[in-house]
Design a protein around this ligand. Structure first.
Ligand code: SAH
Length: 392
């Protein structure tokens, strides 16, 4: 089996014509085997001094894994619409019709949108003059149930012939379940603006992970590789070694995924998250899955934790999954004060993970083992989950 995969990988590794310009897949031209070896070695360099690093959890079929595809819209020299991604470090758009790591259906929808623009006289936005309407398109697809969300990011709220445009899009892709107009009039590198109009469907999609159903809205963080996410979460739950009696915190909880999956294995869960849209999704997900022992709070994880510690609240297990910048000493100090005996730390940046492990050690926590999980094949990004136990 292993051999088959690596042969296929070698054949396809040179298959991307865009990799030089796009810069997204820094591991292009490398076998999957080699990619995993490099990630293993890097994780060992960073975390090996704290604990044993287990073999990387690989992806069986490391193609088209991205369930979220983003395309920026521009015009070529002749004025024809193009869609793709920014060339690394520039504001030039590299046209992309297909990509070996993106969902194929989502890519096809983006091409259809581009082809429909002229007949609806929809102009793409020009960053320099501020003229034109369509800036970006974002497509999210559930791999578990096929639901598809299309987000059309426009420079102005006025979208002439939007209903007919959506009708034409749905005619080509009846599998789309919701279409949203997001208005971003600012001159910014952020893709999404604040204001949204739902043009078709419910305005969100649902996806199933580890047996729980999750509502995903356009602005919430959601893991982009669901196949590997299930393995990551399952490993995190296993490492937490819950017996059913614990008081658990899910910090940096996003739409509540880890906490809601853990809820079945412990007494109660509290989740904390900064993004208000994600917290709303988390509360809906709690109700949708009828999880009665979970609650979600909006706030900064560090401040929230300090609040708990100052109130004298006790925790048994903490899951934490901070952004690339990692966590804070304030947060870790408060974890220690709540008496938590175990911490399961999920990280998308092993460098900040190593920094935080060092501080955890100072506070009396010993890293048990670390598992790299390959969430982003063909790129150099490393995801890892680590368990820390409080020293007796
Ligand atoms: N555990 C979730 C989300 C992980 S991504 C999942 O697996 O899907 C990290 C999350 O941390 C994002 O949702 C982001 O909005 C949130 N976040 C970033 N800084 C934060 C802070 N200071 N306090 C709380 N949450 C924060």
């Amino acid at each position: 089996m292993e051999k088959k995969i690596s042969q296929k990988t070698e054949k396809k590794a040179d298959g991307c014509q865009l990799s030089q310009k796009c810069g997204g897949c820094t591991y292009q031209g490398m076998t999957y085997e080699k990619q995993c070896k490099l990630k293993q070695r890097r994780t060992e360099e960073l975390l090996g001094g704290f604990c044993k690093v287990q073999p990387i959890i690989r992806m069986e079929n490391p193609y088209h894994y991205r369930n979220k595809v983003h395309a920026v819209f521009d015009r070529d020299r002749k004025g024809k619409p193009v869609s793709g991604i920014y060339q690394e470090g520039t504001h030039r758009v590299v046209p992309v019709d297909t990509c070996m790591i993106e969902d194929e259906k989502s890519d096809a929808i983006i091409v259809t949108i581009r082809n429909l623009l002229p007949s609806f006289k929809i102009k793409v936005y020009d960053e320099d003059t501020g003229y034109g309407l369509l800036r970006h398109v974002l497509v999210r697809r559930s791999f578990s149930n096929g639901q598809i969300m299309v987000v059309l990011v426009t420079a102005s709220p006025v979208f002439p012939s939007k209903n007919n445009f959506v009708k034409a899009l749905l005619k080509e892709h009846p599998e789309i379940t919701t279409v949203i107009q997001n208005v971003n009039g600012r001159n910014t590198s952020m893709v999404l603006g604040q204001k949204e109009n739902v043009l078709y469907g419910k305005g969100y999609i649902e996806d199933t992970l580890c047996g729980c159903v999750f509502r995903i809205s356009s602005k919430s963080f959601y893991q982009i590789n669901p196949v590997q996410t299930e393995k990551l979460y399952a490993k995190a739950i296993e490492l937490a070694d819950l017996k059913g009696t614990e008081n658990v915190l899910d910090a940096y909880c996003g739409i509540g995924t880890i906490g809601l999956i853990a809820a079945a294995h412990c007494r109660q869960v509290a989740g904390v998250e900064l993004n208000p849209d994600a917290v709303k999704d988390a509360v809906n997900n709690r109700n949708r899955n009828k999880v009665e022992n979970a609650r979600f709070f909006r706030g900064d994880a560090g401040e929230f934790m300090v609040g708990l510690a100052n109130d004298g609240q006790k925790l048994d297990v903490v899951f934490m999954d901070p952004p690339r910048s990692g966590s804070t000493e304030e947060f870790i100090d408060a974890v220690e004060q709540t008496g938590a005996k175990r911490v399961v730390y999920i990280s998308c940046n092993p460098e900040t993970l190593a920094r935080d492990l060092q501080y955890f050690e100072k506070k009396g926590y010993q890293a048990g083992e670390a598992w790299p999980v390959d969430m982003f094949p063909w790129t150099d990004s490393i995801e890892a989950v680590t368990v820390l136990n409080r020293k007796k």
